[in-house]
Design a protein around this ligand. Structure first.
Ligand code: GLC
Length: 555
């Protein structure tokens, strides 16, 4: 592959790190994380090996949905800083070789957004048609996203004298993207932040806003809602040639393909692989790698420019909605049996390390697996040090606790009184005195050092982002052996999801090759018959680079 074919497609091999400025680092001591605090921690992120920061919403908000209810698409939440602070943070990131993307939340606004207020005030408001209205809710309703909080997606507004659509909380009226004026606003919002230095967006709730195009008839020209996604992508490309759209589309694989724009790949650049994530947890619960392997093999073929984003945890509930009821109960029983660990009947509010009882072998095995899967890995802040959750915080907020920098008060996140913190710090076995950046930076055996090694190796191995994925035959259900091959580069990864040690025979290899361990010292020569035997401890794993005589790659 020539450089000219690949250099702009940075997202194929990126390491994405998601953080909420509000809970990352408080520099002015008011209890709320801020952009200056983020800028101060940029060297830490660069050192970790991150190449792309994803900032959760930093816009002015009513805080009904943790920033996803926006009152001004062009603003910066004054608690976090100013536009100047944001530009400084972006510049500091770029200076260290990191791109920055941010949430683009255009399915809805806050109900306190001036557009919605004006829309409610009068039927003749120019903003009335920015939202979706009805005199009566339809007989057949779609299910609300937060079923414990909302019983309908239609809500009557007294002032407006009509029902408005809201697929999320009632405080988040859905925008009517079928209205060309709304589509113009969305383009302006994107253009604005791109001019300030963003390299693209994590696009929130994509299927929802495309669906809105159909809700009230849309325009004839948008009979195919995907036309709108294509338009957004080409707009982005015109403004920032190598900009990225990383979409949240939790749908079955064949439907996800349509959000990539089919094989043409002219819609979303990347999508989270929610299916592989859910099957991975089923695999972990069963100590059986087969569900994960099937999910990976079931990915539809996509354009080489598109990419899957792999993840073990994000800021929302760990959704298990695409498992069968029995499978979901299996995962609940293994990783979150208590009612306070579950939410919406479909997800878990825990982080990975507590789910695995803090077992360092298993935690490392999962991250090794994650970084070895074909795709681009996305980390949620604090995963690199093995943070836990605070189940006393409501629902999804359990995993949105302050970043744990030191063992000191508030985990070094803020000097404010604990009662003033924007979110409660984790308590118990995963509290900052046990889990923090400071201690792990100085301990070469820490999870943080291990994650830095994984990230370095991932970045050394473009075949993981670009390559052809194959599941290698071997006899153990608990083991996933797979390879990624790209041009003449090939990486084999072997993971044991079970507690028993296992010896894994692999065949069909080049007899002149040597498999060089990338995560530890070691090398295994392939036998004359083209086979090798790889030994794994319980929950053991190996990354093996296939090298041949004369290879010039640095190992
Ligand atoms: C996405 C976000 C979630 C938010 C919702 C509504 O699913 O990930 O946190 O609540 O959109 O904006």
């Amino acid at each position: 592959m020539r450089i000219s074919d690949t250099s702009d497609l940075w997202w194929k091999t990126a390491v994405v790190y998601c953080l909420d400025v509000e809970t990352f680092m408080d520099w002015n001591g008011d209890g709320v994380g801020d952009l200056q605090g983020l800028a101060q921690r940029m060297d830490y992120l660069a050192d970790l090996g991150v190449t792309c920061l994803w900032l959760m919403p930093f816009y002015p908000t009513q805080e009904r949905d943790d920033g996803y209810d926006i009152t001004d698409f062009y603003g910066v939440d004054p608690r976090l800083g100013t536009h100047g602070d944001l530009v400084e943070a972006i510049r500091t990131a770029k200076d260290r070789g990191m791109r920055v993307i941010a949430d683009l939340v255009v399915n809805h606004t806050s109900d306190k957004h001036p557009w919605f207020r004006s829309a409610c005030a009068s039927r003749t408001s120019p903003y009335r048609d920015y939202y979706v209205w009805r005199d009566e809710p339809p007989a057949e309703e779609t299910a609300p996203t937060f079923p414990d909080q909302e019983s309908s997606v239609w809500r009557y507004d007294d002032k407006a004298g009509q029902y408005y659509l809201h697929r999320f909380y009632r405080q988040q009226p859905d925008l009517n993207v079928a209205n060309p004026a709304v589509r113009d606003e969305v383009a302006k919002v994107m253009g604005f932040w791109l001019e300030l230095g963003l390299s693209g967006f994590r696009v929130d709730a994509v299927p929802f806003f495309l669906e809105t195009l159909g809700v009230d008839g849309g325009e004839a020209s948008l009979a195919d809602p995907h036309q709108y996604l294509r338009a957004l992508r080409s707009f982005l490309g015109r403004r920032v040639g190598d900009g990225v759209l990383l979409g949240e589309v939790n749908l079955p694989p064949e439907e996800q393909l349509t959000f990539f724009g089919g094989i043409d790949g002219d819609e979303l650049t990347m999508q989270f692989d929610f299916i592989a994530m859910q099957q991975m947890y089923l695999s972990l619960a069963r100590h059986d790698a087969r569900p994960l392997a099937s999910a990976l093999l079931g990915r539809p073929p996509t354009s080489p420019d598109c990419q899957w984003a792999t993840f073990a945890r994000n800021h929302d509930e760990l959704t298990l909605d695409k498992l069968s009821e029995d499978e979901r109960q299996e995962v609940f029983a293994a990783f979150g049996p208590e009612p306070e660990m579950q939410v919406y009947g479909r997800g878990l509010t825990r982080r990975l390390p507590p789910m695995l009882q803090g077992d360092p072998r298993r935690i490392r095995m999962v991250y090794s697996l994650l970084f070895s899967l074909p795709g681009t890995p996305v980390l949620f802040y604090g995963e690199e040090i093995g943070m836990g959750e605070n189940l006393a915080a409501e629902g999804r907020l359990a995993v949105r606790t302050p970043m744990q920098w030191t063992a000191a008060k508030n985990g070094g996140f803020s000097t404010a009184a604990p009662s003033r913190l924007t979110a409660p710090v984790v308590e118990g076995g995963f509290a900052p005195e046990h889990v923090n950046v400071d201690a792990q930076r100085r301990d070469p055996d820490s999870l943080l050092h291990f994650m830095m090694l994984l990230i370095r190796r991932y970045r050394d191995s473009p075949e993981l982002g670009w390559g052809r994925f194959e599941v290698l035959e071997q006899p153990h259900d608990a083991v996933l052996a797979h390879s990624c091959t790209w041009d003449d580069a090939c990486l084999i990864a072997v993971h044991n999801l079970g507690a028993e040690p296992r010896s894994v025979p692999l065949g069909g290899l080049d007899a002149s090759a040597t498999l060089v361990d990338l995560l530890c010292h070691g090398a295994t020569a392939v036998g004359q018959d083209g086979s090798v035997e790889i030994v794994l401890e319980g929950y053991g794993f190996r990354w093996l680079r296939v090298t041949r005589p004369g290879d010039r790659r640095l190992l």
